[in-house]
Ligand binder design. Structure first.
Ligand SMILES: *Cc1c(COP(=O)(O)O)cnc(C)c1O
Length: 367
């Protein structure tokens, strides 16, 4: 009675709201207006309201949200940005695309930036901290903001895996200067193509993003600054508006699935994810740790169960960042995570029979 369970699948998330999504797509297709129109404006207003930020500016991707943030904060060559060493590589590219240098800090037991290690990484060149709320788990932002204020540093939050996550009562993306979001299809709030956005409570900064994303122009053919093309399109915005209406229920469904994993997975060979006090997690991934990972992956495959490693190579050991000159062993906790983390199947529309099957297989593993 082998089931076949993918690590992730997006089709079910579409069929859950098929009629609404198709209606929205057709509305845009028939409107004759595809870029910078009322869907983008409405989505921005609705997403700002959802996150309780004053402003939201739609962009073309999460990476754009990151690099444009550092560009507008005037962070470039000669400047340093602190980031957790186990971040996704896009986080680091957002820093280096502007010529700034990433300064890596080891993660804590929740896979987020280890706050106790931030101050040792601060130098006179440090300009900002990039906080990545990894796997949907909120970082302890009040503590990070105290350090940032003390050293006069900007704080950019990468919320690409944390749509709707909060710390205490505050939604992620609102603590620092800018909150960056990706709406890549597999994110908790996913588009049907590439899309991203920033949120901020700084009116001037919001305006700068609006100008920069559109070739530096406020008024057609009058260009104030050298900008870029990073526009969110009407089709994605319209589809995102539907998904946003359902985001809380989508996140609740993920939480129920992960609660099921947390209460039913029992195997001494695997370590379950921990949730920090006061952190509202939105479970972008359910990440376990296991020593002989390749063996478990093979066993799961044999049972028709997919799994993914987020991420097998930490940025400091990636070929792309060989020029930074970090040796293997320089961030042992990060490297240990890269060797042991494994994301179990998790997606909206995952059935109880499916998660029961995965749990049963893992509980029987190695026994
Ligand atoms: C997905 C992701 C990004 C990049 O977003 P794109 O839309 O793919 O450019 C950045 N940071 C994190 C943490 C992500 O998960």
């Amino acid at each position: 009675m082998g089931l076949n369970i993918l690590a992730n699948r997006l089709d079910k998330g579409f069929y859950m709201y098929q009629a609404e999504l198709e209606e929205a797509a057709l509305r845009v297709l028939r409107s004759g207006w595809y870029i910078n129109g009322k869907e983008v404006k409405s989505f921005e207003a609705e997403f700002a309201s959802y996150t309780k930020a004053k402003y939201c500016v739609g962009l073309a991707s999460g990476l754009d949200a990151l690099w444009i943030s550092f560009r507008l904060l005037n962070i470039g060559a000669g400047d340093e940005v602190i980031v957790q060493a186990n971040a996704y590589i896009a986080c680091v590219m957002g820093i280096t695309m502007n010529g700034a240098t990433p300064v890596f800090v080891e993660p804590d037991e929740y896979f987020n930036l280890d706050i106790a290690k931030i101050e040792a990484a601060i130098t006179p060149k440090t300009k900002a901290i990039l906080v990545v709320h990894l796997y949907g788990q909120a970082s302890n932002m009040p503590e990070i903001m105290i350090i940032a204020k003390k050293h006069n540093l900007y704080v950019v939050e990468d919320c690409a895996q944390a749509h709707g996550a909060y710390f205490g009562k505050t939604m992620c993306g609102n603590f620092g200067d800018i909150g960056c979001f990706s709406f890549y299809p597999s994110k908790n709030l996913g588009a049907f193509g590439d899309a991203g956005a920033i949120i901020t409570n700084d009116e001037d900064l919001a305006e700068q993003f609006r100008v920069f994303r559109n070739y530096g122009s406020e008024k057609r053919y009058y260009n104030k600054v050298v900008g870029t093309n990073s526009r969110l399109d009407e089709l994605q915005a319209a589809l995102l508006r539907i998904r946003l209406k359902h985001l809380d229920e989508l996140n609740d469904e993920r939480k129920k699935l992960c609660d099921y994993y947390l209460t039913h997975l029992v195997n001494p060979l695997i370590e379950l994810p921990k949730i920090a006090a006061n952190a509202g997690a939105v479970w972008h991934q359910f990440v376990i740790r296991v020593k002989e990972r390749a063996k478990l992956i093979k066993y799961l495959e044999h049972n028709g169960i997919g799994s993914i490693i987020h991420y097998p190579i930490p940025p400091h050991l990636s070929e792309a960042y060989a020029f930074l000159g970090h040796e293997k062993g320089s961030f042992p906790i990060t490297e240990e995570y890269a060797d042991t983390v494994l994301s179990l199947p998790l997606y909206n529309g995952m059935g109880l029979d499916e998660i029961e099957y995965v749990v049963k297989a893992i509980n029987e593993y190695g026994a």
